[in-house]
Ligand binder design. Sequence first.
Ligand SMILES: N[C@@H](CCC(=O)NCCCC(=O)O)C(=O)O
Length: 249
Amino acid sequence: MSCKPLIGINADFRAAARSVPAYAYLASGYFQSILKAGGVPVVVPPLDDLDSVHALLQGVHGFVFIGGGDLDPRNDGFMLHPSVRPLDPARESSDRMLMNEVAERRMPVLGIGTGMQLLNIQQGGNLFLDIKEDLPNAVPHFDAQDANHRHTLDVVSDSLVGRVYGDGEIRVSSRHHMAIDEVAPGFRVTARCPDGVIEAIESEMMDWFAIGTQFHPECSAASALDIRIFEEFVDGVKESMDQRLRLVA
Ligand SMILES: N[C@@H](CCC(=O)NCCCC(=O)O)C(=O)O
């Protein structure tokens, strides 16, 4: 494929407060990693109508869903939990519309942190709302004093993360208090923390290149291998583009 793929990336959102205007924002590591991997990032602020979602997705070849606050469990029929720090409703509503359409179109997708959790929920899986309460024997997956908190990872060798990290000890960044409980149908677990917490999933469906990482390969403390996650994703998007071109040829 000669042209660079356009990769949509959602943005976080903070409503106006007193003298501070509302902001849409995202960590630069997300779009810098897409650029380094050979894609062209298209940052998408929260959208509030389906026509805009359709128009946007017509113009990109793949999508990255970023991390951030918590998906509100009440949107999935669960009770609110004291540990939950919900996303701004404007972002969550936009993310859910985008993920529904990305899934419908079988558009290549990489979900990171909250993005992976949304992918899993949208596809019929669910979440532990609080690791400390639901998985009391788990190691710490969040350190308020250390933005670069890391833990080790066990990967499935015949998977995207397995190809990226190979053998040997792997340490990844971790900033989450929720985790995948039941994996969505059509997806498999491809990495876990040694305590059993799910850290990566990928689609087993032949017609959909979809992956998710609970850890953050875009973070400022990312290892030299982490960028390979984005390279594998961009290569997958290019392959998807080539397949679509062959279908119409
Ligand atoms: N809120 C979820 C997902 C965690 C996540 O995306 N963490 C990255 C946060 C980066 C940031 O601070 O914006 C959970 O806690 O499980």
